[in-house]
Structure formats: structure tokens, C-alpha cells
Design a protein around this ligand. Sequence first.
Ligand code: PEP
Length: 255
Amino acid sequence: MTKLIAGNWKMNGSLAANEALLSALAGGLPTALSSAPCDVAVCIPAPYFAQFQALAATMPALAAVALGAQDVSGQSAGAFTGEVSAAMLKDFACRYAIVGHSERRQYHGETDALVAAKAQQALAVGITPIVCVGETLAEREAGTTTEVVKRQLAAVIHANGHCISEIVLAYEPVWAIGTGKTASPEEAQAVHAVLRAQLAAATEHASRVKIIYGGSMNAANAAILLAQPDIDGGLIGGASLKVADFLSIVSAAAA
Ligand code: PEP
């Protein structure tokens, strides 16, 4: 299947920095994508969506980059101060929304049920949720990795029924995010296989669900991770802000 490389800029950027980054990305993408296709997305802070659209109108190569959000409300509209609805994201041709990132679960107390509601809101307007699951270091050391990721995914399956085949699933071990520690290809593949099997019990289309890996993926380790049979792409934090590194990851996925 075509791989997906999605950058997660997190709370970084400015009008000037974004323009520099996106024009460098547009400049390098035709070469990075020359061997094979690869889906590319950048999940940027929502205030810059209009800037992305304006730049895309003047840089044809940016057509190969889908716009993504880093979060979406679990509600559709109304008195929810500070929230951004899926319909608002859709107004800017947003294609993906990360939901359940560990930083949202950890710093904003997001529960499995809320993450499932967010995925539901995204799907309802045709935005693909990138549903993040992953265990903490303590959970891995306690031997509960499988139990944790299955519980997190089960909530999303329960709330979304047959639409579950429309999600992208991201396995992001919390201990590997922003730490420079990466799950070994074997460790990551093992969890991806567990998630694939769980999806297969819920949908006959499990084989076409992209299960991407996130957690210190970089230019040096991308190829070996992406070579695993159930790793269908990457969710890239830190390295997505360094254009040369991000392009190397795209090239590895498009090899
Ligand atoms: C992330 O935040 O989703 C992530 C994978 O970050 P990093 O690549 O920096 O570990």
C-alpha cells in the first residue's frame, strides 16, 4: 500500500518560518517522490491553515502535501470555548486530524472515550483521523503494552463501527516521542501486528488501514522501520521541522 508520511509540527511555527519551511519542502518533494508514490501530510497549528492554502495556490509542488490538524473537537458546534470543530477544519480543505496524541492525553487529560468522539467528528465530515495509541515507559516495563494499545483502539472501534476502516492508526510509544529513543523495528512491528489483528476482528478491510509508526523516526532509522510488513508510514515530530530530514524520510517511504 502507498505509505503515509505525516509531519506533526506541534506548537511550532510562525508566518515567516512556515513560508520558508513549506517552500523548501515544495522544492525538494518532486525529487523525493520520483521513485514511487507516497502520501505526504503536514499537521500544522490551525491558525496557519489559511497561510497554507495561500502558499499552496502559488507553489504547485505543495499539491502533493495534504493539510492536517493536530486535534479536533469531540463536539460538532456550540458553547465549547477554545475548541475547533471538524467542520471548521474542513472549510480549509483539511484532510487529516491527529486525535489522541499522547501529549493531549497526558497534558489535557483526554480519555479513550473523548479520543473516540474526536475520531467520530472527523470521520463525519470526511477528515481522516490519525488515531494515536501507545504505552508509557512504565506500562512497557510492566508488560502491559498490548493491553494498553488494544484498550485505546477498542474505544475508537466501539464508537466508529464499520467506519473504522477509514482511519489511519499511529502507534506511538510514549517513551519514544521526542526522546531520541526509537522502538526497534521488531518491537514496533510486533505491536503493529497486534493492532492489525484487532482491526481484522472489526472490519474485513483491515489490510487497507494504514498503521503508521511515530516516535523519534528520523532520516537514519526511517528505512528499516518502514521496511516492516505492518508499518505503513510514519508520524514525524521533531524531524518534520528539518526539511532535509523530512524529505529523506519521504524518500525512504517512496523507495
Ligand atoms: C510525535 O509527536 O508524534 C512524534 C512522533 O514526535 P518525535 O518524532 O519528535 O518523536
